[in-house]
Design a binder for this molecule. Structure first.
Ligand code: TK8
Length: 333
């Protein structure tokens, strides 16, 4: 018993020494978000904030900016690359000009469900893409969820391919989304997220596409009548850190960021999935006319945009598209 007591004491001492020796400096980390704080990203950031506080003894603090206050996804990400800002939580789609491989996630109807998305993002393929980010001045701490995207507009329900022509639809600044919506005959307009609500309000555009949670938390129901459940693409969020600022952190600080962004990921994904149905119900209660797409019409839509894969492979990179297809085939077998 005395020997056990001694061992426990030595163990505890080592832990205190370890913690005491852990290298944490007082830091305020600015994190930019294009969505509002009510979005499930808000829950993820709150979880990451408390996790960092615990691990760093209160020294590492996250300071979150919402609604694109520090600039849209692309602008904020460029600030990371120039080392003038620490962190951003961004969709992958607006970043294809920085790393074209990211376009693979924009291929229409790529994932069948969230489970597939998680296996790909948290598996070898997700790492394959993350390992490319330092080459463009960024560190991907983890993948969070934006989600399955659906079309809204102010003119008419969209239930089949033939309903797209005549609709002026905002898409993210992304060649694959532009191609997808042009291929079904819509007039696709690339635009930063912060410009969408005013453009819908002034009817400069007829529609846009986003997950239920974003349509709800960004109050698009105030300026859109129709919601068509197209689930035409799944968008991941990346939790990015400036590489040059990351390289100046201690190993303990880097590890705390990676571990706490993983904690945040769990929280964010689970809140996102729990809120999705609630948001759909809320959008209905707010008076949106919601239509599902029948299975035969979904198939016709998927067939109509198949050529986007071939054209997309030219910009994304054939190796990356082939890897994705092989990984998907593996998890579906
Ligand atoms: C928010 C965007 C948004 C995205 C879009 O910054 O632009 O439509 O879905 O979530 O990343």
């Amino acid at each position: 018993m005395r020997k056990f007591g001694l061992l426990a004491a030595v163990g505890a001492l080592a832990m205190v020494a370890g913690a005491a020796n852990a290298q944490f400096a007082d830091r305020t980390i600015r994190v930019s978000n294009g969505v509002n704080a009510e979005h499930p990203v808000g829950n993820g950031v709150a979880k990451m904030t408390s996790c960092l506080a615990t691990k760093s003894g209160g020294k590492m603090k996250l300071q979150a900016f919402w609604g694109g206050a520090l600039g849209g996804d692309l602008q904020a990400t460029q600030a990371l690359r120039s080392g003038t800002q620490e962190m951003v939580i961004t969709s992958t789609s607006p970043l294809v000009g920085i790393l074209s491989d990211l376009g693979v996630f924009d291929l229409p109807f790529l994932f069948a469900n969230e489970k597939e998305a998680d296996s790909i993002l948290d598996g070898a393929f997700g790492k394959f893409i993350s390992d490319k980010m330092p080459g463009v001045g960024l560190v991907n701490l983890s993948y969070w969820e934006n989600g399955f995207r659906n079309l809204t507009n102010s003119k008419k329900p969209v239930a089949k391919v033939e309903d797209f022509p005549g609709l002026k639809v905002r898409v993210m600044q992304n060649n694959i989304f532009l191609d997808t919506f042009k291929t079904v005959g819509a007039n696709a307009v690339p635009m930063a997220f912060q410009e969408v609500f005013p453009a819908l309000e002034t009817k400069a555009i007829d529609g846009q596409e986003n997950p239920f949670v974003t349509i709800d938390t960004s109050k698009f129901y105030e300026v859109q009548k129709y919601l068509s459940v197209t689930r035409h693409a799944y968008t991941p969020f990346m939790v990015l850190y400036s590489k040059q600022l990351y390289d100046r952190l201690s190993a303990d600080e880097q590890k705390a960021l990676v571990d706490c962004s993983a904690e945040g990921q769990k929280e964010q994904r689970s809140v996102s999935r729990a809120l999705s149905d609630k948001s759909l119900a809320n959008l209905r209660a707010r008076g949106m006319a919601i239509n599902e797409i029948s299975a035969p019409e979904q198939k016709r839509m998927r067939d109509a945009v198949k050529p986007v894969y071939e054209r997309g492979a030219a910009t994304i990179g054939k190796e990356t598209v082939d890897r994705m297809q092989a990984e998907l085939a593996k998890i579906r077998s």
